[in-house]
Write a protein that binds this ligand. Sequence first.
Ligand code: ATP
Length: 361
Amino acid sequence: MATVQLKSIAKKYTENYAVKGVDIDIKDGEFVVLVGPSGCGKTTTLRMIAGLEEISEGTLSIDGVVANDLSPAERGIAMVFQSYALYPHMSVRENLAFGLRLQKVPTDKIDAAVNNASKILHIEHLLDRKPKALSGGQRQRVAIGRAITRTPKVFLFDEPLSNLDAALRVQMRIEFARLHQDLQATMIYVTHDQIEAMTLADRIVVFSEGKVEQIGTPLQLYHQPNNLFVAGFIGSPKMNLLPAIVESADAQNAKVRMTDGSSITVACDGSGLKTGEKVTLGLRPEHLSVQSSAQDFGVTVSLCEQMGDSTMVYAQLVGFDKPVVVRVADVFRVEQNHALRIGVNPQLAYLFDANGMAVPR
Ligand code: ATP
């Protein structure tokens, strides 16, 4: 096991930076998930840690040792790819043993490592099959098993579940959590699926356009997003981000006017806000109610989507061109164009200033 430290890491392709100024301190045994939209630099960062991509600027340390110029093999890292990258002509047993054979590890040690990995991943009965005779989930287990046999200091996973169907993804996600518990190893995991990030991570690193937007535990990111980007990215369904104007603000509250003319008071330190400033009101669908309350605003309903245990209400707010989404924790039915008041809890509302930065709470 090992710590991994990225200090001012950058990757430059010809003129453009794919990654810039990235600082991440990963603790021994930590499960860190890198998330962000397509093209934000997650994979490039992972490949720089693996040694598959040269680091243009900054320092990478693994277990306190500068690793920038170490070859992939010298870094003590095993990487599992989205494509599994199994050898098709080899059996599962041979695939699992391959890395150790290359290192000329004695046969009895290889057998023990293969048995151990196949037991952890429940693939003992598949050892004599070729990859083409395996399901997607089984192939992914073999790819993980190949990493385990090498007893790396750090495991790197690049979107390992993205080729699996939805049900298998859920099952494998649980397996990953168990694997991390069993091995207690340092793991760095790239995904664009924020449910995977929320459920697996000790800490999440949110990337956007090659930079780190925020690092924190899943609940820190959910409850205290630093800025509009993180607020909009973490949470499913997404946070409603509605334009508003500051009417008054002090160190305890900020009163803002929404586009339908309603006033909402948000519990926050609004001492840095100016009257008349354009701000964004952040309201999570699960924190809104379909009943009028002391703090509410008006909408007309476009659609009620029945989820069985809950209802997603899509509604139109005057002066805002996207639907406002409300999650009702029950069956809820009203006709299209029905007028509703949406209740807001001032303790569960967020405010972002004109620069998109979170107003402190
Ligand atoms: P995805 O989720 O789509 O895999 P990502 O967040 O992993 O995206 P990267 O693959 O790290 O993103 O790419 C980051 C940026 O670097 C992108 O703009 C990409 O086009 C660019 N990039 C990646 N590899 C190269 C390359 N070999 N040459 C030039 N630009 C590259």
